[in-house]
Write a protein that binds this ligand. Structure first.
Ligand code: PLP
Length: 392
């Protein structure tokens, strides 16, 4: 990638060239509306359904349980608001966690404005939701539990199956935001026992603006988007055909490559993690030591601001990210890092490096070459680091 070392794959992955090739005809000669009656359109309809089958196969669902959406955000919104509206006469209490993506947190907050109550469960220092706390939070009017499969910032993987069992023991629907796991690790909606699951193409080498929501047969949800009869009346709007074909291709490739990608990417991530810990003092690695996405390294470099690290890495052609976002002139530490118990000062020093299957040892070496110098330089300017004297 022309002098660029891309290590921000939890934000988005590069498009797999095979996916791009599969999509091109649908941006050109295969442009028809799949709802039309003529043969040409029916052919494309068949191809859309073929893509649905591929997505279903990847997660062990039936094709009719897959609804195409405009991405992970819409899938999450449809799950949360769709269940909340459909079951409003049964109850108005939802349980989620404090470390969800905003695509879940904000719909929950929105529903609070309509009289719904939401419990935001805390997590432990690794980012794991406590099963007993989950069981205790259940009330007679709880209609939905929504807990993410893996966290996008720290990579912690939650015990979804155990949580879904607890939900089902009480007759409550269970949704998981699996945007960061589908295509990366084996997903089996039946084994996980989930009722709803969100996924997004651009986190698995597919295009942006397309995703899907798995809705188990018989689960009641209201549509979010009203209009025509598309997606079995569950999501109106002419289908994003190139996107759907791209997602289908990405799912097909993931199905084949999943184990090999994990082996390769985990090796690179582990080398990166080890190299950073060996070369830079006072670094904390976030997330669960074992139950963590194999491509994700979230760490905090004490006495440095994450944004300064990012700017310096960017200068060296390295794309990374940080949980601290600079909003309106303030450095807001991420809600996830605060929820795992980090102080705002430590959380500010966050650096997230997330890898993908196209990364190479060169990318790892590039980081290991420049990051120690960047850390030393930035710490040299920090009054707090200076006070530590011996570390200078
Ligand atoms: N959920 C998680 C865990 C994510 O990481 C993301 C994207 O960053 C989303 C939801 C939103 O997905 P999309 O970008 O497809 O809307």
């Amino acid at each position: 990638m022309g002098g660029i070392h891309y290590l921000d794959s939890n934000a988005t992955t590069p498009l797999d060239p095979q996916v791009r090739e599969a999509m091109i005809p649908y941006l050109a000669e295969r442009f028809v509306n799949p709802s039309a009656i003529y043969k040409f359109a029916q052919e494309v309809r068949g191809e859309v359904e073929g893509a649905r089958e591929k997505v279903a196969r990847l997660i062990n669902a039936d094709p009719e349980e897959v609804i195409f959406t405009s991405g992970g955000t819409e899938a999450d919104n449809t799950a949360v608001k769709g269940v909340a509206f459909a079951l409003r006469d049964n109850g108005r209490h939802i349980i989620t966690s404090q470390i969800e993506h905003h695509a879940v947190l904000n719909p929950c907050e929105y529903l609070e404005g309509f009289g719904y109550e939401v419990t935001y469960l805390p997590v432990d220092n690794y980012g794991i939701v406590d099963l007993e706390a989950l069981a205790r939070a259940i009330r007679g009017d709880t209609i939905l539990i929504t807990i993410m499969h893996a966290n996008n910032e720290i990579g912690t993987i939650e015990p979804i199956k155990e949580m879904a069992h607890i939900a089902h023991d009480h007759g409550i629907y269970f949704h998981t935001d699996a945007v960061q796991t589908v295509g990366k690790i084996q997903i089996d909606v039946k084994a996980m026992d989930v009722d709803l699951l969100s996924l997004s193409a651009h986190k698995m080498y597919g295009p942006k603006g397309i995703g899907a929501l798995y809705v188990r047969k018989g689960v009641k949800i209201d549509p979010l988007v009203h209009g025509g009869h598309h997606e079995r009346n569950r999501r109106a709007g002419t289908e994003n055909v190139p996107g759907i074909i791209g997602l289908g291709k990405a799912a097909e490739i993931a199905h084949v490559e999943i184990a090999e990608n994990e082996r390769k990417v985990r090796y690179l991530r582990d080398n990166l993690e080890r190299g950073i810990l060996e070369r830079i003092p006072e670094v904390i690695v976030n997330g669960h030591p074992k139950h963590r996405l194999f491509n994700t390294l979230s760490c905090c470099l004490k006495y440095i601001e994450g944004e300064s690290i990012l700017l310096n890495l960017d200068f060296e052609g390295i794309c990374a990210s940080s949980g601290s976002a600079c909003t309106s002139g303030f450095l807001d530490p991420s809600h996830v890092l605060l929820a795992i118990g980090l102080s705002p000062e430590i959380a500010h020093g966050n650096l997230r490096l997330s890898l993908n299957k196209f990364n190479t040892e060169e990318d790892v070496e590039a980081v290991l070459k420049v990051l120690p110098q960047i850390a030393e330089r930035l710490r040299g300017m920090s009054p707090f680091w200076g006070e530590k004297g011996e570390k200078k």
